[in-house]
Design a protein around this ligand. Structure first.
Ligand SMILES: [Zn+2]
Length: 370
């Protein structure tokens, strides 16, 4: 508000100075009379501007950048559509369906450039708009680098989730040496349907989602008993994705999916019986998916997808139990350098993904067939 007032006062001063100096031909400079933003979470953000000038305004551009973990600060530039005039009201709607949604708690910095027909240009100072899910009254609980936001359930509910967070982080650190590098934010929705309301393209099965670039997790957890057991696992799973992303992020390469998902499953705790059963059946029927195939995104078909998760857990479990925490941390550090998958495994363990598959399967079979 203060900034806007300053912006509108300036042209008046300039005009006074111009008159005092007897300059008669100076045109009135460009001024931004109003600039506003409306966040309609999660679907859109509308940016509006009213600008005036002594001559026709011919060009208005919105510049914005999203605050997220990135090696390159990406500034987007949007030319607005309007009819040239000495006073212009224009708007631009950022449709999140086109770009993918922003998580609650994220921030967008934006500024305007306005040009007139005389070749004058003015640029506003950057402003920040916070993207929040205002459908609910959020409370928060912080501990260490973790903040939990929730709106349904008691303080005890949030404390119980914080305990789950701490044990997941402890388990992850113990098995891989990986620890949080930056604060993380957990948004706990009261149900998966509330959570779906926060997402642009919700899937029916969405229970939790990690926005890795934003260090943010959103999960639907109902405060009753059965929901809590699932919720604690979901927190451990998504939190692991954040930590692993923080410590391996690089502009060159992502992790093999089996490692990313395997670590997330491993931090959840023991493999659940349904997964064990699917894995055992695949072993009996000799149709395990290769480690190399599991480096790419998993199949969308349920049975194959569940088997992919189960195998990823087992592969990571094999690596950690056979070769220890230090090697797993070394592997993650090598991936941070943007190393290829086979090369990274070769450097740390001395075998590639095919070698890993062969070793893992031979270690697995006696355990699951007895
Ligand atoms: Zn996952």
């Amino acid at each position: 508000m203060t900034r806007r007032a300053v912006v509108t006062v300036l042209p008046v001063l300039f005009l006074v100075v111009s008159l005092l100096c007897g300059v008669t031909e100076a045109s009135e400079p460009i001024s931004v009379l109003e600039s506003s933003v409306v966040v309609d979470f999660p679907g859109s953000i509308t940016f509006k501007i009213t600008a005036g000038a002594g001559s026709s305004i011919t060009d208005i551009r919105l510049h914005y950048t999203v605050n997220r973990m990135s090696h390159v600060r990406v500034v987007s530039e949007v030319p607005l559509v309007f009819s040239p005039s000495s006073r212009v009201e224009a708007r631009w709607v950022w449709d999140m369906r086109m770009s993918g949604g922003l998580p609650p708690g994220s921030a967008v910095d934006y500024w305007w450039t306005v040009r007139d027909g005389n070749g004058n240009m003015m640029e506003t100072l950057p402003e920040r708009v916070l993207v929040e899910d205002r459908r609910y009254r959020w409370r928060n609980l912080s501990e260490g680098g973790v903040t939990i936001y929730w709106y349904n359930g008691s303080d005890g509910f949030a404390r119980e989730l914080m305990t789950a967070v701490n044990s997941a982080l402890a388990r992850l650190a113990e098995s891989t040496g990986a620890v949080l590098e930056r604060p993380v934010y957990l948004y706990i929705y009261a149900s998966s349907s509330d959570l779906r309301g926060a997402m642009i393209f919700p899937q029916e099965w969405t229970g939790g989602v990690a926005f890795s670039g934003f260090d943010t997790i959103a999960i639907g957890i109902s405060p009753d008993g059965a929901g809590m057991d699932w919720g604690k696992r979901a927190i451990a799973h998504e939190l692991t994705h954040l930590v692993v992303h923080q410590i391996t992020f690089n502009p060159y390469n992502s992790l093999p999916v089996w490692l990313d998902e395997g670590l997330a499953m491993f931090t959840e705790g023991e493999l659940e019986p349904a997964f064990v059963e699917i894995l055992n059946r695949a072993v009996r029927e000799d149709r395990l998916i290769s480690v190399r195939s599991l480096a790419s995104p998993f199949s969308a078909f349920t049975e194959q997808s569940l088997l992919s998760y189960a195998e990823s857990y087992e592969i990571v479990d094999y690596l950690i139990r056979s070769f220890g925490q230090e090697k797993m941390l070394s592997l993650l550090n090598v991936f941070r350098e943007g190393c290829g998958y086979d090369e990274a495994l070769g450097r740390i363990y001395g075998f590639d993904m095919d070698g890993l598959h062969a070793r893992w399967v031979s270690a697995l079979e006696p355990a699951v067939t007895d």
